[in-house]
Design a protein around this ligand. Structure first.
Ligand SMILES: Nc1ncnc2c1ncn2[C@@H]1O[C@H](COP(=O)(O)OP(=O)(O)O)[C@@H](O)[C@H]1O
Ligand SMILES: [Mg+2]
Length: 344
């Protein structure tokens, strides 16, 4: 089902937790809300779920206004960070619970529970109690339980935050696989940019209750519209606009906010070129060798004639043989790799 969020706002006392948030989610799409802690992700998800009311704006599910529909009638599947399974019920009974509440016939419930547990690879664990499972397995049960009643929307609030890195990565793939298999419209909240980029069809980046940018992972990374998005997703050199660094006119940002320029570290090439447009010198400040990647910080402030020293970070493939602190090297940036960003 499609979801249309229009200008949602929410106050807690005098504090504006959401400030005119709009988003269209297409049928079968997976959207991630991404942003730092406190930016309003959970509040927005809870409003969509009907667990919290908005102070302004509206939400439509397949064109139908949701405001008059209480949470229990929305038939949305919700998964939270804490698995919140019933500790005294078996895995199968946990998954069956929502179906019993909805008065599904017994035979249909048994089939559905089996189907759901197979989907999340827990077929052999049906009779166990939650405490007999690992954290990752418990979250799989929570996912199966949320999906069992054939919800029209799947809402996940930081479902993987409590899990260690390896399990987390497995479950990222698992959730995405299940979501695509069922073609269920889904929204997942996360503060982890890698998680958002790897799982979502589109990412909505939030800050202070506002949408900073919505786009595909590729768009968000390649074409960030402001310095916040640029620095929250991946690494970005953000510098004041200056004449030494040429910019292609078509990437110039519109709007009235102050502008800066952004260059990804992998787009700063060292000693790559003879003197030409886009070449300037930097003095190596630090070299960090990460094996497959070398991160080099270079001071360029004096060359640009500004009052402040600027540091540009370059990332090179490999071990950066021969790079030494103190060396003065030509740097080169292609104009198409320089983005003009609004300052946020
Ligand atoms: N029930 C509440 N009462 C008062 N303030 C709240 C409540 N829920 C959330 N907030 C505040 O609203 C802001 C957004 O919170 P939240 O949506 O939980 O952020 P996120 O999920 O992005 O970390 C925060 O400043 C938080 O402290
Ligand atoms: Mg939250």
């Amino acid at each position: 089902m499609s979801l249309e969020i229009r200008k949602i706002s929410k106050f807690f006392g005098g504090m504006k937790a959401l400030d005119g948030v709009s988003l269209s989610v297409e049928t079968g799409e997976m959207i991630c809300f991404l942003g730092p802690s406190g930016c309003g992700k959970t509040t927005l998800l809870r409003i969509i779920a009907g667990l919290e009311s908005a102070d302004g704006g509206s939400i439509y599910l397949d064109g139908r206004d949701l405001s008059s529909l209480p949470a229990r009638k929305r038939n949305f599947g919700v998964v939270f960070q804490s698995y919140s399974l019933f500790p005294n019920l078996s895995v199968a009974a946990n998954v069956a619970y929502g179906l019993e509440c909805r008065r599904w016939p017994g035979a249909k419930i048994r089939t559905r529970v089996e189907e759901m547990l197979a989907l999340v690879h827990l077929g052999d664990h049906a009779r166990k109690l939650p405490h007999q499972l690992s954290g990752g397995q418990q979250q799989r049960v929570a996912l199966a339980r949320a999906l069992a009643p054939e919800p029209s929307l799947l809402l996940l609030d930081e479902p993987l935050s409590a899990l260690d890195a390896q399990v987390r990565e497995e479950l990222q793939e698992e959730i995405r696989r299940v979501q695509q298999h069922l073609k269920i419209t889904s929204i997942m909240v996360t503060h982890d940019q890698e998680e958002a980029l790897s799982m979502a069809d589109r990412v909505m980046v939030m800050k202070d209750g506002r949408v900073m940018q919505t786009g595909t992972p590729m768009d968000i990374y390649r074409k960030p519209e402001n310095s916040f998005v640029a620095q929250f997703i991946g690494k970005m050199n953000v510098l004041p606009a200056q004449k030494e660094i040429p910019v292609q006119s078509h990437v110039a940002a519109e709007g009235s906010r102050p502008r800066v320029i952004g260059i990804r570290p992998e787009d700063v090439q060292i000693a790559c070129c003879s003197r030409e447009e886009g070449t300037f010198n930097g003095v190596v400040d630090q070299v960090v060798r990460l094996g497959n990647l070398t991160r080099v910080s270079l001071r360029v402030g004096n060359i640009m004639g500004g009052e402040k020293d600027f540091t540009i970070v370059s990332e090179l493939q490999g071990m950066g043989d021969g790079l030494e602190v103190g060396a003065s090297l030509p740097l080169c940036v292609q104009p198409e790799n320089v983005r003009v960003l609004e300052w946020h």
